[in-house]
Design a protein around this ligand. Structure first.
Ligand code: ARG
Length: 301
């Protein structure tokens, strides 16, 4: 083999084989403070370092989200009812305030919005979306939250935390990031509660396999409008793992009306696959482009 063809082959191998898609980071969940969100309290700086705010270009807060990788945000599909155009949105990373003029925060553009195909089809399940950021976030600004294994299941009653700038009372968004603890509730009980005093919903299954419920029978503490897309995290062996995405509820913090969340373990594989495919496309197409170039050269050996 001549020196030319040899180096071309090495180049090809490097381009097509060596490039992997985005994989989830080994480092996640390093909260610096281990320790309407309705009925919650102001969060402390650094406690939820994966929390982001999804906003319009005019800096109006729309939804919450979480950093799962320096280039990726996890959020809810229903946050994009207004537009699917990434240009319409921005992400605020770091800090506790809902307002953009806060020191040590970054406003980042979005390059891609990936809505789960299931959501496109039936709007009942698949309330999950991935956003690719234009520029990766710096480790000083945010730490990714850990994702659960697909088979992760936590016992009912496990206390988890939900965070966001959503309403704390009638239609008023929070100025400072709120946190509240809510217990996980099994789907069967949740389904029964949501049907109480709702004869028009008789016979309808509300809680799908890809949803989970959390909240108190007596209400009072809950996520609310504006918290959607934000993370429900539980501490598993001293590691914060995102188990839910704020999705829907009948009102907020009402008795017998738990909050409903997208069940993240149900989608762990989809998330991994989507991140991985996102950069693979480039390397694969680059390889394909070079093959016709390389074949005649190799044949000439
Ligand atoms: N759909 C709401 C949003 O877009 C979230 C509602 C959550 N409701 C609840 N009771 N937990 O912000």
């Amino acid at each position: 083999m001549g020196p030319w063809a040899g180096s071309l082959l090495i180049l090809l191998l490097q381009l097509s084989g060596g490039t992997q898609g985005d994989v989830l980071p080994a480092e996640c969940s390093n909260s610096r403070d281990p320790g309407r969100i309705v009925g919650g309290q102001d969060a402390h700086a650094g406690r939820w370092p994966w929390q982001v705010s999804l906003r319009t270009r005019l800096q109006e807060h729309i939804c919450g989200g979480s950093i799962i990788h320096p280039r990726w945000v996890l959020t809810a599909a229903h946050c994009f009812l207004e537009s699917h155009n990434p240009w319409f949105y921005q992400i605020k990373v770091g800090g506790l305030s809902r307002y953009p003029t806060e020191p040590n925060t970054t406003i980042t553009a979005i390059s891609k919005i990936i809505i789960h195909p299931e959501y496109r089809q039936n709007w009942l399940s698949g309330d999950i979306a991935l956003l690719q950021l234009d520029t990766p976030v710096q480790p000083s600004q945010a730490t990714p939250v850990c994702l659960p294994e697909p088979q992760t299941a936590l016992p009912n009653g496990t206390s988890c935390w939900v965070t966001g700038w959503g309403s704390t009372q009638e239609r008023v968004l929070a100025d400072t990031l709120q946190e509240v603890t809510v217990p996980l509730l099994d789907s069967e009980t949740c389904e029964q509660l949501l049907h109480l005093e709702q004869p028009s919903l008789a016979g309808m299954q509300l809680i799908q396999d890809d949803m989970l419920c959390a909240g108190y029978g007596g209400g009072k503490k809950d996520s609310c409008q504006g918290d959607s897309g934000g993370p429900l995290v539980c501490s598993i062996n001293h590691t914060w793992v995102q188990i839910g995405i704020v999705s829907w509820g009948f009102g907020c913090a009402k008795p017998n009306r738990p909050g409903v969340y997208t069940r993240v373990p149900f989608y762990t594989e989809w998330i991994h696959r989507t991140l991985n495919d996102s950069t693979h496309v480039h390397s694969a197409s680059l390889g394909l482009l070079l093959v016709p170039l390389a074949v005649p050269l190799l044949g000439a050996l």
